[in-house]
Design a protein around this ligand. Structure first.
Ligand SMILES: *Cc1c(COP(=O)(O)O)cnc(C)c1O
Length: 387
């Protein structure tokens, strides 16, 4: 029998002076004992799909988000499709969505059978903007999918007022915003339903794929549970009145998420401290670079999923950071309306999204980033931008 490789062979060597883009080990190592117990419990109970670990996580996630229900699903993209379908959004319906987002926001709309209508974003926030949304409404528009990109939330009061005027529903793609707030109210608590991804790199991440929908409506919740479970009837497991899919959160993942959820607020606070230090250091070193950071609005408590700054000559800047041992990322270089997958859609120019795609640069951001690392990144960025 083939033996498994030793852990040391699987762990990439990270030179101490390197600053990684993200580091999940710092979050998980102190929880190793608790996390092991999830495995032991699953081994002992053989409760792999559904069961007490899933029920417990769903209850705590609903309560964390200020919602009546949470439904665990397989990933954040399914979550979007299922949430829309559960509220009857489907073929013939148009859903407004920002062009500057991860493509999954749009994929979920297509998976529900509806048509994504790409809307440009606000120049300052890079989030949806009510004036731009307003102009995109047609008589087929049924909803807007607001994306809390980078962990920042748009003006949710203005969005609610717009949706009310337009007679459409609000959905939140909160996959980057676990623990964010708008005027103290949690991301996920606005609109008809909100969706989350628990992909490992998200602010609350599983040890594999996972996702959830949170909502209050009982009927939509029942429909969503059925749709995610082969469309089966509640009263008879052999009857399938709906055409569903198989999209469930595994018990192992739910158990891991429950343990990590207890630390989410601390991790969010740590991310916020990292962001503050970046901003303070950049302001001291180079106010023009600090001014180019994509910041949350005043009323938003950001989840700081990413720390994004806009730079000209991005490739050169990234190369210089790389030479200084600093990893960086781009979220996202090509806006959705310019992706090959959507080339048959109406691809009118959306200038802010296109300019954002060409200039955004994501710096290392994770809860255990040290002050020294932040200062090194900030100094390296300033010298790369000024070169
Ligand atoms: C990660 C992400 C998703 C999709 O989540 P998956 O779990 O990878 O399917 C959707 N929207 C946004 C904004 C995301 O960042």
């Amino acid at each position: 029998m083939m033996s498994l490789p030793a852990i040391s062979e699987l762990t990439p060597e990270v030179a101490p002076e390197r600053v990684p883009f993200a580091d999940l080990t710092g979050m998980h190592a102190p929880l190793a004992g608790e996390l092991d117990a999830v495995w032991a419990q699953t081994l002992a109970t053989s409760s792999f799909i559904g069961g007490p670990l899933v029920d417990a996580f769903e209850a705590s996630w609903a309560s964390y988000c200020g919602r009546k229900h949470a439904i665990g699903v397989a990933n954040g993209t399914d979550a979007i499709a299922l949430a829309l379908k559960a509220f009857g959004v489907g073929p013939g319906d148009e859903v407004l969505v920002p062009a500057h987002t991860f493509i999954a926001s749009a994929e979920g709309i297509v998976m529900a059978g509806a048509t994504p209508i790409f809307v440009d974003v606000n120049e300052q926030t890079l989030l949806v903007d009510v004036a731009l949304l307003e102009a995109a409404v047609t008589d087929r528009t049924v909803a807007v999918l607001v994306v809390h990109l980078y962990g920042h939330m748009p003006d949710m009061d203005a969005i609610a007022a717009f949706a009310e005027r337009a007679g459409i529903a609000v959905f939140e793609d909160a996959s980057q915003a676990h623990g964010a707030t708008w005027k103290g109210r949690p991301a996920g608590s606005f609109g008809a339903a909100a969706t989350f991804s628990f992909y490992p790199g998200k602010n609350l991440g599983a040890f594999g794929d996972g996702g959830a929908v949170v909502l209050d409506d009982d009927d939509a919740t029942a429909r969503l549970r059925s749709l995610a479970f082969h469309g089966r009837a509640v009263e008879d497991r052999y009857l399938h009145p709906l055409l569903g899919i198989n999209s469930r959160l595994d018990a192992l993942q739910a158990g891991i998420l429950s343990i990590k959820l207890k630390h989410l607020d601390d991790w969010t606070a740590a991310r916020s401290r990292v962001a503050d230090r970046y901003l303070r250091t950049l302001t001291e070193l180079a106010p023009e670079v600090a001014a180019a950071v994509v910041r949350p609005l005043e009323s938003c408590g950001s989840a700081w999923h990413l720390f994004v700054v806009r730079v000209a000559h991005r490739e050169g800047v990234r190369e210089q950071l790389g030479a200084a041992g600093i990893e960086s990322g781009i979220h996202y270089p090509v806006p959705c309306h310019r992706q090959g997958a959507f080339e048959n859609e109406d691809t009118a120019a959306l200038p802010v999204s296109e300019h954002a795609g060409a200039t955004v640069l994501s710096l290392p951001m994770f809860p255990h980033l040290t002050d020294e690392q932040v200062d090194r990144v900030a100094a390296a960025l300033v010298s790369a931008v000024r070169r």
